[in-house]
Design a protein around this ligand. Sequence first.
Ligand code: ADP
Ligand code: MG
Length: 729
Amino acid sequence: MATLSTPLVDVVGGRTATALDKAFEMRTVRDLLAHYPRRMAERGELTELSSLQVDEEVTVVADVLSATVHNRPGGQPRLEVVVGDGRARLHLVFFGKKGVYANKNQLQPGSRGLFSGKVGLFNTKRQLVHPDYLLLRGDIPDELEADVYAGRLIPVYPATQAVRTWTISRAVQQALAMLDLVPDPLTAELRGRHKLLSSDTALRAMHQPDDYGHWQAARKRLAWDEALGVQLALAQRRFASSANPATPRPARSGGLLDAFDAQLPFTLTTGQREIGDLLGRELAAPHPMHRLLQGEVGSGKTIVALRAMLQAVDSGAQAALLAPTEVLAAQHARTIESLLGPLAQRGRLGGSDAATRVTLLTGSLPTAARRAALLEAASGEAGIVVGTHALIQEHVQFAELGLVVVDEQHRFGVEQRDALRSKAEQPPHVLVMTATPIPRTVAMTVFGDLETSTLSELPAGRAPITTSVVPAREKPAWLERAWSRIREEVAAGRQAYIVCPRIGVDVSDCEADMIDVVDDGETERRPPLAVVDILPMLADGPLHGLRLAPLHGRLTPEEKDRTMTEFAAGRIDVLVATTVIEVGVDVPNATVMAVLDADRFGVSQLHQLRGRIGRGGHAGLCLLVTDARADAPARERLDAVAATTDGFELARLDVEQRREGDVLGAAQSGRRRRLRLLSLLRDEDLIASARAEAVDIVAADPTLASHPLLAAQVAALVDDEQAEFLEKT
Ligand code: ADP
Ligand code: MG
């Protein structure tokens, strides 16, 4: 008999074991059984051949329609087999004398089989060259088939050239036949509550289900195990971090925060107030705060963060604010300084007695300024230090770092956050902010080690943003109209952004993603529009006479900073920019945005971009200019962005369209990935219930001492590269 830990060689023999190890790094029965079928083919049902993609490794069920040997004089014979699913056809090609005749004998018209290979294209026909195959002989008793494919459902495994799906099937069958009852890490009570199969049943049914429903039930149970493993690991992390000591940073009445609140030019929204109170309490606690603040663009996260920072300063500590770009760091420093007014002018003329100082520290500061900034951080003179990654370089010292705020977390690695946290004697409190709405499931997994708060309401008096798709080729008049709308806004004293996908300094970087433009049936290729090309065209053409300036990543930090300052001061009318403005840029007087080649941008990215306008009291207008045809998928995406301003809905759409691998990062890449079944989209409810169970389990038994099997699952998840994944928020 065998257990999950039995080496494969003891179960399937040396040759197969070696092949499985080589192809999939499988060593134990557990590894093999965790190689789940990609799908179940129905014996009676053929694969839809028309859906096959070129270059895909496929296994299809199809009927042989014809098999013909072609002999070229002097050349090698070639066997052409056509298989079909009743509608579409697929060609199989074999070369070489020996193979040709042997295969022709096997592949009799009328027989049905599984065919495996890589889809190629020859003369517009899709074909498999030298595919491997396994014939399903119906009534003819074929020993192999009778064993492996006894059921109605045929498992189709992820396979390679060397190890085909039926080899895996056979190995799985041998393993299952020898396998002892698999112990269950979940209690019968919990299983009953969530209607889950036992581990043993699920593992067997995953490979050899009675029917489709049985297979689905098995998938559910095994996906549950994955979700629970992740959630237990995260719950343990939250538990451990909340058990760490931290210096409490309580509010002080009559301090900076009170003075600041008294001079605020607007009333806080309910959300800002409530989350502010919560942060205030967490800062005062003797354990580190570890919180994610998400909120729509323009929901006013900066004020919330600033108020928390002021509380930290009031208690005698410093606060650091990390931004993903220099433009944003500089803007934050400016905004914070102007919001604070005299409260930020410590030791300067007109500064209040209670005042502190805001210091900007970025990588590109001139040496003298940099040295001064470093000194202010180290001496504690600066209560608030704003910066980019430069802040976390080794030699930056803080006198007493109490709170770290990380803005726009999706641009930031956790290693960086951790490096910053290690700047203090005791871990500081951490607040992470993101404007990219994170779908609930992603928040629960990728960000699952943080507690989450959401600012869902926008400050009152926000004018709405209207978004329109401008199909430039189909409706040139609309494009004309777009330019005149920009002129009208500028004439009314407002400002505009024009966003391009590319800087345009060098063309070589874009050859790969040329745009096909179809015009009267003629296809023309061009690179995506670039800032450096578009700006002069606009300046000499439709936007003649307006004050235009470029902003992109190739400018020096001083140039960028100067441009942003000028734009904020209203001395530039139109900023022609790349996505450097995507994140956080806040100029309330900007009311129009035209995104050129808008189809080049992702859904969430467009939503972020348009969050730059309509931030003051004036209505915003976002124009998504595109050459994509009305029936192209890209147009559907743009229409979706135009149709809703609900960031969460759009984020969901984005996750749907990107491969989930991109969202989960490391966890989904690599051969030995542990999350095989869990889908962030489909399994929202499942993840939520697993999370709730995990919280209860960890609360009652933080080390999982009484749940050795669960502890082992978590350990397996956490070693591998998974530790890295959990870190990589
Ligand atoms: P985001 O959440 O996108 O970072 P910001 O913090 O930049 O948003 O705030 C957007 C704008 O709204 C800023 O100009 C800010 O001063 C303003 N703001 C913030 N809170 C309020 C409020 N309660 N009432 C009015 N305006 C506010
Ligand atoms: Mg912001």
